[in-house]
Write a protein that binds this ligand. Structure first.
Ligand SMILES: [Zn+2]
Length: 401
């Protein structure tokens, strides 16, 4: 077992003199084999290095590195003659982003395991864009993920040194995080230690101090089986993601005025508006196909409609436009978390409120109005449809009298 890969001991070294051993054409690239283990292949949940190979006056890019049949293979788009002396340069932007994401992942999973020791790390993938982990055994709530994220951020601010050591697999204690079966596969394993916060068996590339992570952010999560899939980003990528999201919101701040701290309410409102709109469209279709609900109660025309999605201003307009003739009562009910209703009457012996105020108050609502119009509302309506039909039944009886 080689124990001095330069990407382990000196992850920031980016240039190496090598010799090309072989070059084989594959489906859509050339597999270049070099004589030294200086570039890291994809593996252990981390993507491979990228970079360029310079030979003579020419430079060829490699977009991935893999281990194929035990050999370290650089994937290039053009061939390079074997036995050529070359310089390999690692794409440090990509590598450093992987280092930040990977150490961020160790700290994040350690923080989660501190809160929920029963959770196991399943699928893992880390590249220069972001990291993804499956936390298995229990679905985690948003609050837990954010708490773990804050813990990572704290450890970044504490500038903790990241160390590595090689250990015999048989000497590794149960305190060390190691994926199941890993300690059976290898005789000697590399252990990555972040102060006394996390110790895990890992072959990936890491920052040498937590401060190099810069910034860590969970950018997405969803339930997956009996667990959660969490996506995160560190460093510049995390900052750019936050920046882009914040600016998307900021761009709309003036066309749809709100304060930034109200963004949660704005989104909630957008969701309930979408739900209400669906119900309103259904209602419009019903009105167009079946007509308005009207019945005759002892010579009084009683019209009542349940119309989602409107507001009190809309109702005022509708009431103004519907001309009632002869003795009549018109009830419009707008369902919602806070349902509202309006009863408009014409040529009835007593005030509109006399017919409806009692039932509204009995069900916890309140209201008031003029001779011909009563407006009321409920601060909380759990089953608006039920409330509506109770009011309609009550009005039938009252009008009958
Ligand atoms: Zn790792």
């Amino acid at each position: 077992m080689i124990n001095d890969y330069p990407y382990w001991t000196d992850p920031e070294r980016d240039e190496f003199s090598v010799t090309i051993l072989s070059c084989t054409k594959s489906d859509n690239h050339f597999e270049i084999v070099i004589d030294q283990e200086v570039v890291r292949a994809a593996g252990g949940g981390q993507a491979g290095d990228k970079g360029e190979i310079q030979f003579g006056d020419e430079t060829e890019k490699f977009n991935d590195t893999a281990r194929i049949d035990g050999k370290l293979v650089l994937m290039a788009s053009s061939p390079i003659e074997p036995d050529t002396a070359a310089t390999v340069r690692i794409d440090m932007k990509w590598r450093k982003a992987m280092m930040r994401n990977h150490t961020g992942e160790h700290l994040f999973v350690a923080a989660i395991k501190k809160m929920h020791p029963e959770i196991e790390l399943g699928y893992i993938w880390i590249d220069g864009e972001r990291g993804t982990v499956d936390l298995e055994g229990k679905e985690l709530g948003f609050e837990h993920l954010i708490k773990a994220e804050q813990s990572v951020q704290n450890m970044i601010e504490k500038s903790i040194q990241v160390d590595m050591k090689l250990m015999k697999a048989s000497d590794i204690s149960s305190e060390v995080r190691a994926r199941e079966g890993l300690t059976d596969k290898h005789e000697v394993m590399r252990i990555v230690e972040v102060g006394d916060h996390d110790t895990s068996a890992c072959s990936g590339i890491h920052v040498t101090n937590t401060r190099d992570i810069g910034f860590f952010k969970v950018i997405d999560f969803k339930a997956k089986g009996e667990g959660s899939r969490v996506t995160f980003a560190a460093g510049d990528k995390a900052k750019k993601t936050i920046e882009a999201t914040y600016n998307e919101v900021l761009r709309r701040k003036h066309s749809y005025p709100f304060e930034m701290e109200q963004i949660g309410d704005v989104l909630d409102k957008a969701k309930s508006a979408a739900d209400e709109r669906k119900l309103m469209v259904e209602k419009i279709v019903q009105l167009l196909t079946e007509g308005i609900t009207s019945e005759d109660i002892g010579g009084i025309t009683f019209i009542h409609e349940y119309i989602p999605g409107l507001d009190s201003k809309d109702i005022k307009n509708i009431i103004k436009k519907i001309k009632l003739s002869g003795p009549a009562a018109l009830l419009l009910f707008i369902p919602g978390e806070k349902s509202t209703l309006t009863l408009s009457t014409n040529e009835l012996p007593v005030d509109a409120g006399e017919y409806i105020a009692h039932i509204v108050e009995e069900m916890g609502g309140k209201g008031g109005g003029s001779r011909d119009v009563y407006t009321g509302g409920f601060s909380e309506t759990e089953a608006p449809e039920e409330t509506y039909s109770k009011i309609v039944d009550y009005l039938r009886t009252r009008l009958q009298e």
